[in-house]
Design a protein around this ligand. Sequence first.
Ligand SMILES: Cc1ncc(COP(=O)(O)O)c(C=O)c1O
Length: 481
Amino acid sequence: MDIRLSSGSVIPVEMHKVRIVQKTSLVPIARRLEAISNAGYNTFLLRTRDVFLDMLTDSGTNAMSDVQLAAMMVADDAYAGSESFYRLAEAVQEVLGFRHTIPVHQGRAAEHLLAKVFVKPGDVVLMNYHFTTTKAHMELAGATVSEIYTDEALNTQSGEPFRGNLAVQKFKEAIERYGPERIPFVRMEATTNLIGGQPFSLRNLREVREVAADYHIPLVLDGSLLSENAYFIKRREPGYADRSIREIILEMMSQVDILYLSGRKSTSVRGGLMATNSKEYYDRILAWLPVYEGFATYGGMSSKEIEAMAVGLREMTELDVAGAAPQFIEHFVGRLQGHGVPVVTPPGGLACHVDARRFLPHLPQREYPAGALAAAIYLTSGIRSMERGTISMDRDAEGHEVYADLELARLAVPRRVYTLSHIEYAVDRLTWLYRRRELVKGLRFVEEPKVLRFFFGRLEPLEDWGARLAEAFEADFGPLH
Ligand SMILES: Cc1ncc(COP(=O)(O)O)c(C=O)c1O
């Protein structure tokens, strides 16, 4: 909850108590240099023992509540007809308003099923912005992805509250251009992961829905950060300040034909979900569920996680839960801005995003500024962030680089995991790094997978800059921290 102090400043105060902790450690700079070198300058390949604050992602890393943990103890492990599933389906009906629930093992499993059921070669899937796994699944099914975002979407220094909006006029033009029969669905992502966790407005969702309905194009919503998007609607959209998160979520869902989500985020568990009111869509998806995921009542998820998801769905409608990460992120972004560090604005829903092109203006995109920045952040702080730039794009069919629209180092703020002193530490080390930014040079691939290369690719630093950055760090802070 944002609380105003007597000094006038506002801080995000945690509305929970810590009752179980996990030890973390801050290894010395020499070990960090060794670890990032062994990881091929790819933060995905670091081990937890070498990471101080894990800000790689909020996926599956949010802190669960005591009520969620308790629910896991009463899970029904029946292969078929599990009571845990029916408790989840009840929560889906109550919170999301959908009659049909399909559990899947995580978000990308839902994308796989969507591609399998709805997408054919030559199709064009329209979306407000792509996500890595979504794009991969649509392309593997022979379709292309077309993003129809607004002019403000890629402006990293924007004041526009809903940069995740889909450009409605461009949507109409795309339907005219491709023909509705080639558009299996339009996908809205709440919140748009790759452009800074930016939300869309309810007004925009309604407009998209109207156009889609005119052409009988289903509206699919990726609700991985559904409660955060609802939080931003409450805070930023005129007319919603007095509406509860629960009411806003239900209003959003009333516009949607199929919802899917990675339950690893808003619901703080490890699983995924699809939901719809269309019996036809449900039947078509269900037919493939046992082939790829599991029986209808577990869909590849552990029944313990299904129980926790049912609780997580209800908990995410609480203002203090939906707002926990956005408020920390806003504070994080504001503090970095105060030190002149180039961050993405307005603050979004999943992370503090640092704009690598403005942080490292001396690096061309072909030297992967966002990847270099993520590695440099690890070296100077022990904080693991994620590259969200050109490394996160795969090469095209001819082997040419596809340059990302934005080059971002993403410092995710998993819900209820870190404290304000952790954020203050991150602010300090990022500020130090910004002052020494000229020491950071580019990266080049030494091992480069063809699909989703950011996960397992290995790179090396040009001009051995990692060692020089480590030396500068040690000169200022000593060998230990
Ligand atoms: C917007 C969005 N969609 C889909 C996914 C894929 O979900 P999962 O990681 O559970 O497979 C993610 C994961 O981060 C995501 O952020």
